[in-house]
Design a protein around this ligand. Structure first.
Ligand code: KG4
Ligand code: ZN
Length: 351
């Protein structure tokens, strides 16, 4: 079965064709990074306008690259949310229209569940064993999920304020490192001393479900601690571009270490409790090399496969992960996806 995936939840206009949930035939991403660099972050109205311009050419290109005509496509998967409403509208309306006109099933895919399937993309020869413990970590979300089977997800922890990727982006901005912040911090951290600053890790007590084990996250305090460290040295009205390079690299390295340690602490707690058969890390921040290295070192004791997306393009927003998730959802209950109107853009997180 070949599924056309469509993703427009934030600042990437993406379309992809994936066969049987794992074999990626094409994965086209029109990134808006250069556009949003000017403002140091995504302006929703600007993103929405760009999606409208790009969506049809991107779909056309992905069909061509995948060697597909419409008759080869067995279903369309698109994202109703969460994301920027005006951006989601383009993807959902396009998917609905194509489903009606081309008479294809329409499969709504929750963006975060889509990220989970970034780990299925390109892994056509590998086996997966449930339950799988998954950290999804991006700019807009930061969740610990126990996946019991396809379509069976239990949210066991999440960020109470900012996601880790959001913290990477904000800290990069206040250090004058530009947008997007994750790759810029990772690069600067390579030149820095990760023990230069002892930034605080949030202590949260019981989690939002009332459990005493702590699986939730919080990164807003860390962001403020970095700001205070910069202001203490350079004053409240400092100019980011005037910061000393060594100071910036040391701060980036210490900040990255604190985020990575916090993310892995929670994964370790959860793996202890749930005894998963696999541990996965997905989402934009799963591209981070320090995170991958720390996971390898500290989670090896669980003696289970630790997986990250096989290609960086499956970490950050893309449509291959949406097509893959769409395939597995469709196969659980094909009758559910006959209605071309069955997709409403929504900022809602629940799945
Ligand atoms: O999954 P994604 O593309 O979008 C959301 O769903 O939010 O994730 C984007 C986030 C950004 O915050 C970006 O700074 C972060 O992923 N990111 C990274 C790296 N590459 C991207 N964070 C840390 N290290 C990286 N190498
Ligand atoms: Zn995302």
């Amino acid at each position: 079965m070949r599924v056309l995936g469509i993703e427009t939840s934030c600042d990437e206009t993406a379309a992809s064709v994936v066969e049987n949930g794992t074999k990626v035939l094409s994965n086209v991403i029109a990134s808006q990074i250069d556009l949003h660099k000017k403002t140091g972050g995504v302006v929703p109205e600007v993103a929405a306008r760009e999606h409208i311009l790009k969506i049809i050419p991107v779909i056309k290109e992905t069909l061509e690259q995948g060697g597909c005509e419409w008759k080869d496509i067995d279903g369309i998967a698109a994202v109703p949310g969460p994301g920027l409403i005006s951006a989601l509208l383009t993807g959902t309306l396009t998917a609905s229209t194509l489903a009606l006109v081309k008479e294809k099933p329409l499969i709504p895919v929750h963006h975060i569940l889509g990220h989970i399937y970034g780990n299925w993309c390109g892994r056509e020869k590998e086996k997966f064993e449930f339950p799988i413990l998954i950290l999804t970590v991006s700019g807009g979300h930061n969740d610990l999920i126990l996946m019991k089977n396809h379509g069976e997800f239990e949210l066991i922890g999440q960020s109470r304020d900012d996601a880790a990727g959001e913290a990477f982006d904000k800290v990069a901005k206040l250090l004058g490192l530009g947008y997007p912040g994750g790759p810029a911090i990772q690069k600067a951290a390579l030149e820095g001393n990760k023990n230069a600053f002892d930034f605080p890790k949030a202590k949260l007590g019981s989690n939002s479900n009332g459990n005493s084990e702590i699986f939730d996250y919080s990164f807003s305090g860390l962001k403020t601690a970095v700001l205070y460290a910069v202001q203490e040295k350079y004053g409240k009205d400092y100019l980011p571009e005037k910061l000393n390079r060594k100071f910036v690299c040391d701060t980036a390295a210490s900040f990255q270490k604190t985020v990575v340690d916090t993310l892995i602490d929670r994964l370790e707690n959860a793996a202890d409790k749930y005894n998963p058969k696999e541990i996965h890390i997905a989402g934009g921040v799963s591209a981070n090399l320090a995170l991958r290295e720390e996971a390898k070192t500290r989670l090896v004791k669980f003696n289970v496969p630790i997986k990250y997306p096989v290609d960086i393009s499956y970490c950050t927003d893309n449509a291959a992960m949406i097509a893959s998730c769409g395939y597995f959802l469709f196969n659980k209950d094909p009758n559910k996806y006959k209605n071309w109107q069955n997709i409403q853009p929504s900022a809602d997180f629940t799945f």
